[in-house]
Design a protein around this ligand. Sequence first.
Ligand code: ZN
Length: 149
Amino acid sequence: MDNLRELYQEVILDHNKNPRNFRKMETPDGFAHGNNPLCGDQIDVYLRITDGMVEDISFDGNGCAICTSSASMMTQALKGMSEADAKALFTSFHHALTDKEEHPEDVPLGKLKVLTGVKDYPVRVKCATLAWHTFDAALKKLQGNISTE
Ligand code: ZN
């Protein structure tokens, strides 16, 4: 448990200091703004989707350490994934942070597992899931755009 906690600290500090894919995308296919009033986190998530795959994903904005590092790790995890796999990962991540019960269909979280340390701090859970909800919103908007064209 102590090792996990240490790892958790280290990974979060590293991603907060050096967020990956932290940039505005000029002409994204999908875009959404996320706001967590409980903490003051504000982020934008940008998507480029090609043939149902997340070809590129980036974010910018102002968030606390948990929010920024979670967004950074999310972009790393989702880049190159199919939309379906990305959604499955979001669902599993969300379960891991919010649910007591086990979900046998959940996919392995890999590196994202360190973020499940925030589970014990309900206010922080919102920080850790903000980027994911924003990604989901961007994807839904994009699909909405496609279906109305
Ligand atoms: Zn926050």
